[in-house]
Design a protein around this ligand. Structure first.
Ligand SMILES: Cc1cc2nc3c(=O)[nH]c(=O)nc-3n(C[C@H](O)[C@H](O)[C@H](O)COP(=O)(O)O)c2cc1C
Length: 246
């Protein structure tokens, strides 16, 4: 088809890595590719922090889960929305920094566009990656360890390394389920897409060797996931770092 599309379609999260390091030159190339992503009005509201110290990596592995891959992968990064540069520019220019929810959203959006381009660059170089949302599980403790200044909002971690496993692809909703023209589909159409996907998802879990009593459709998994609040200390944490959520 096209090498870039092939690369994108070949994505799968990698959770086991060899002990091989990721050379600084490859990290630099990936960072520059990440920076080439579109950025809202060129605000570039993101930063990437590599965590090198083995003891710190082990502690983060515990705080994120535990997720051993955080300590074991070739390189581990923290992806942050970053409004600090804007705040410094405002202060140095004698202006107030008073940007409200839009500034926080811009930072999360920009950081995520950067991160996904960064990820594609690493994957193009043959590395495996895994985003680590578990970074937000005990964010205040992560923050204390990293001594992040106000205006810098960690959003997730990122493992990168040489893959030591070759998992199959995790099936997605059909393209028809997430694409429509002119109007959002009605609820019956949504339900029919969910039913189709649930059947495919069950088959995927079965083929992965999941115990029969644990096999569930995607809808049931999502319903369970969102039935109770998750990480409900996040608003307080981000506000404490200077974000305005209104
Ligand atoms: C923002 C984000 C956070 C994630 N956090 C974790 C995580 O903490 N641990 C983990 O093992 N996988 C994590 N993942 C990986 C997802 O589980 C994975 O992308 C999803 O199940 C689809 O599988 P695939 O990437 O192999 O296609 C995360 C993915 C994203 C995008």
């Amino acid at each position: 088809m096209h090498p870039t599309l092939d690369l994108m379609l070949d994505h799968r999260s990698i959770r086991r890595y060899t002990a091989d390091p990721v050379p600084d030159t490859d990290i630099r190339r990936a960072v520059e590719a990440g920076q080439a992503a579109s950025t809202s009005s060129a605000v570039q509201a993101y930063c990437l922090i590599r965590i090198n110290d083995p003891g710190e990596r082990q502690r983060l592995a515990e705080l994120t889960g535990p997720q051993e891959k955080v300590a074991e992968c070739g390189a581990f990064f923290v992806v942050c929305g970053d409004t600090r540069r804007h705040r410094i520019a405002a202060a140095d220019g004698g202006l107030a920094y008073d940007a409200h929810l839009e500034a926080f959203l811009l930072a999360v959006i920009d950081a995520t566009l950067f991160a996904q381009n960064l990820v594609l660059a690493f994957e193009a170089m043959g590395y495996g990656i895994c985003y680590i949302g578990g970074l937000r599980s005990r964010l205040a403790e992560v923050d204390r360890r990293l001594e992040l200044p106000d205006g810098v909002y960690p959003v997730y971690g990122l493992c990168v390394g040489v893959p030591d496993e070759a998992p199959g692809p995790r099936p997605r909703l059909s393209a028809d389920a997430i694409y429509s023209e002119d109007r959002y589909p009605n609820d019956d159409q949504v339900r029919s897409h969910l039913a189709e996907y649930d059947a495919r998802y069950r088959l995927y879990l079965q083929e992965r060797g999941v115990a029969p009593e644990k096999i569930r459709g995607w809808s049931e998994i999502m319903a369970g996931k969102f039935s109770t609040p998750q990480r409900d200390d996040l608003a307080a944490y981000y506000v404490g770092k200077g974000a305005e959520l209104v």
